[in-house]
Design a protein around this ligand. Structure first.
Ligand code: AHR
Length: 337
C-alpha cells in the first residue's frame, strides 16, 4: 500500500482558511501522484482504504489520547487516515467533511462537537455515496439514514454512575447541595451526563443542583468557574464535574481558598485521566468515572466493514469503569492519558 507523507500520525492544525486550502491542494497533488491511488479501481482488494477523520480539537488529555488511538489504529490496520483538527469550531468540521467528500474518501468518521446541525453536510456525504461513522459524541438528526452508526461513550450512564456514588456517599446526610461544572453546551456528552445524573437524583429530595455552568471541558475554565463560584455561592457539599480537565482546575481554586477537596467538598469527575486517578488515590477526589478514549481499533474495524459495503451496528457503547474511594485502588493500571 502506498504511504502518503501527508497522511501522517502528526496532528495537522489549520488556523486559517487559506492555510487549509493550501495544505489540501498539496495533499491532493501528492495523493494523485501516488501509485497506490491510481491502481485503486484496478485492484481494490489490494488497496488500503482511506478514512477522513474530523476531530474536534485538543482540549484535554482525554482528547489527545483519543486522537492518538485513532491514528495508531489506522497505521496498524493499513488504513490511510486524513486527520483534520477542527480547533473547537463546528464550521471547521463542516469544511473538513466537505473536503473528504471532494477527495472521495472511502469512509468519513467524525466527532461532532455539538449534537445539532449536521444534516446538510451529511446529506452531501450520502449523495456522494460515502458512509459516515459518528464517534464519541452523538448527533440529533431528522434522518437516521444519514450516518451508518455510532461508537463511543454512554454519557447518560456516566451521569447515572456519578449520581449513584453520591447516593452512597451521602446516605446519612440530610441535605446535599451540588455544584455542576458542565461540559460544552449542546454537546451530546455534556447533555447526556447532566440528564443521567438528574434521572437518578430526581427521586431523592435531599439532593439539589444549586449551580450549573459550562466550563467547556477546559482546565483553565474549571479554575475560573470555581474561583467565581466560591466568591458567590454560600455553601455546597459536592461538585459534579463533567470532565477531569475542569476538575483539575477546580482543585487548584479550592486549595487556594484553603478548602480541602475530597474532604470539605466531595468531588465526582468523569474521564479517568491519570491525574484524576492520582487525585483519587491522594483523597482529593472521591469518585472517578471512566470515559474510554481508546476507540481507534474499533473505529478502524467498523470503517473497513463500511468500505466493504457491509452494515455495522447502529449503536456501540464502549466498556467503561467506575473508580471510587470505597474501592481497592492499588490494581488500577497506568492510564496512558
Ligand atoms: O467527548 C468526550 C469528552 O470530551 C471528554 O469527557 C472530555 O475530556 C473531552 O473534552
Amino acid at each position: 500500500m502506498a504511504k502518503n507523507p501527508l497522511m501522517s500520525t502528526n496532528p495537522l492544525i489549520y488556523s486559517t482558511p487559506r492555510f487549509f486550502i493550501l495544505v489540501l491542494s498539496i495533499f491532493f497533488a501528492v495523493v494523485s501522484c501516488a501509485p497506490g491511488r491510481t491502481q485503486k479501481s484496478a485492484q481494490p482488494e489490494q488497496e488500503g482504504i482511506i478514512v477522513g477523520f474530523s476531530q474536534i480539537g485538543a482540549e484535554s488529555a482525554w482528547r489527545n489520547c483519543n486522537t492518538a488511538s485513532v491514528q495508531n489504529a489506522a497505521l496498524e490496520s493499513g488504513v490511510q487516515l486524513i486527520y483534520l483538527n477542527a480547533e473547537q469550531k463546528k464550521e471547521n468540521q463542516i469544511k473538513a467533511i466537505r473536503s473528504f467528500i471532494a477527495y472521495q474518501v472511502d469512509v468519513i468518521a467524525f466527532v461532532p462537537i455539538v449534537s445539532d446541525g449536521w444534516d446538510n453536510v451529511l446529506q452531501e456525504a450520502k449523495g456522494a455515496g460515502i458512509p459516515v461513522l459518528v464517534t464519541d459524541r452523538k448527533i440529533i438528526t431528522s434522518d437516521e439514514s444519514l450516518y451508518a452508526g455510532f461508537i463511543g461513550t454512554d454519557s447518560e450512564q456516566e451521569g447515572r454512575n456519578a449520581a449513584l456514588f453520591l447516593l452512597r456517599k451521602f446516605q446519612h446526610a440530610p441535605v446535599v447541595r451540588i455544584v455542576e461544572l458542565y461540559g460544552t453546551e449542546g454537546s451530546s456528552v455534556a447533555d447526556g451526563r447532566a440528564r443521567g445524573f438528574r434521572e437518578v437524583l430526581q427521586y431523592h429530595d435531599k439532593f439539589s443542583v444549586v449551580y450549573s455552568e459550562s466550563g467547556d471541558f477546559l482546565r483553565s475554565k474549571g479554575y475560573e468557574l470555581m474561583t467565581d463560584i466560591l466568591s458567590r455561592i454560600e455553601g455546597f457539599e459536592a461538585i459534579f464535574s463533567h470532565n477531569d480537565g475542569m476538575t483539575l482546575g477546580a482543585l487548584e481554586a479550592l486549595k487556594e481558598r484553603g478548602i480541602r477537596p475530597g474532604k470539605d467538598v466531595v468531588i465526582v469527575t468523569i474521564d479517568a485521566e491519570q491525574a484524576a486517578i492520582d487525585a483519587l488515590k491522594a483523597g482529593e477526589v472521591n469518585c472517578v468515572i471512566e470515559c474510554n478514549p481508546k476507540t481507534g481499533p474499533d473505529i478502524m474495524e467498523l470503517a473497513l466493514k463500511l468500505a466493504a459495503g457491509e452494515s455495522i451496528p447502529r449503536l456501540l457503547h464502549v466498556k467503561e469503569e467506575v473508580f471510587t474511594e470505597f474501592d481497592d485502588l492499588s490494581a488500577i493500571a497506568p492510564r496512558e492519558y
